[in-house]
Write a protein that binds this ligand. Structure first.
Ligand code: WAQ
Ligand code: MG
Length: 256
């Protein structure tokens, strides 16, 4: 990913058939790679989708394509971990962080009710913070953010500076949240995993940074949540185009 041509490498896996024929989403992944690193990226994504706590996939697609747009280089959102005792406490904290970004409680409640209707989304729902209306028309699929990754090796440096082991889940979520919040239409993001064995989630915004919350659901629960709260007065088509197509590379420079 250092120089020369850049490739987007993507994976999606489902069970009971492919997503477009009603299959249940198991896993997805997106990476950026130089030509020489494509094989390694494909192997990483294959492994990610094959061995998953949501079950065994019977459909998987892995694809790569050359990217022609120049990549935007950005710094990761600042990270903070909020320890909570219960999912109720975690959700209360998440809701109040979202309110700090100016979103009204009624809008947050409505957005949460809306995503709860879907059992296995592979993408995110976009909600207008003014009206509470859903702004994407992607139904149960949602909008899938793609074409983002760490600059090679910077994720390790970043984890070292934060005194934590480099979990793939955290490094992927930080990249996604950094991209999602790096556009003028973005207000905030709310996320927790649909994987039954992972209960930490986060609220992110440019100003709040990446605010991890250690419990946002119970173990065993396969209901995930990914909501992008957006300013509906901005150009939403160009925001969705940015989320799906603009290559973003996250770089971590140690401050002297
Ligand atoms: N674009 C849009 N939505 C996505 C994407 C993407 N690239 N990837 C996942 N989603 C949506 C989709 O609806 C999934 O079902 C849902 O999010 C959850 O995805 O400890 O692991 O990959 O700091 O299961 C966050 C906390 C973990 C990490 C989130 O989500 C930490 C996680 P998962
Ligand atoms: Mg998942």
């Amino acid at each position: 990913m250092q120089s020369g041509e850049l490739f987007s490498v993507r994976m999606r896996a489902a069970k009971d058939g492919p997503h477009e024929r009603g299959g249940t989403h198991i896993s997805g992944g997106e990476m950026l790679a130089a030509f020489g690193d494509i094989q390694q990226a494909v192997m990483y994504l294959l492994e990610k989708g094959l061995n998953h706590s949501k079950g065994r996939p019977d459909f998987m697609q892995i694809q790569f394509e050359c990217i022609h747009e120049p990549a935007k280089c950005v710094k990761p959102l600042k990270m903070k971990t909020n320890e909570v005792e219960t999912p109720e406490e975690g959700q209360a904290l998440a809701w109040s962080l979202l309110e700090e970004t100016g979103i009204r409680r009624r809008i947050i409640d409505e957005a949460y009710k809306l995503v709860s209707q879907y059992s296995s989304m592979s993408g995110a729902v976009l909600i207008d913070v003014h009206s509470g209306m859903r702004l994407d028309n992607r139904k149960e699929k949602g909008v899938r953010v793609s074409r983002m990754d760490w600059q090679s090796g910077h994720d390790e440096k970043w984890a070292g500076c934060h005194d934590m082991p480099l979990h793939s889940r955290v490094r992927e979520a930080v990249v996604l949240a950094t991209k999602v919040c790096g556009h003028r239409a973005a207000v905030a993001e709310l996320c927790w995993s649909d994987d039954p064995d992972y209960i930490t989630g986060y609220v992110a915004s440019k100003r709040l940074g990446y605010q991890r919350i250690t419990k946002l659901k119970e173990y065993g629960d396969e209901r995930g949540c990914r909501i992008f709260f957006v300013d509906g007065k901005e150009d939403i088509h160009s925001y969705i185009h940015y989320l799906e197509n603009q290559p973003v590379i996250v770089q971590w420079e140690v401050e002297e």
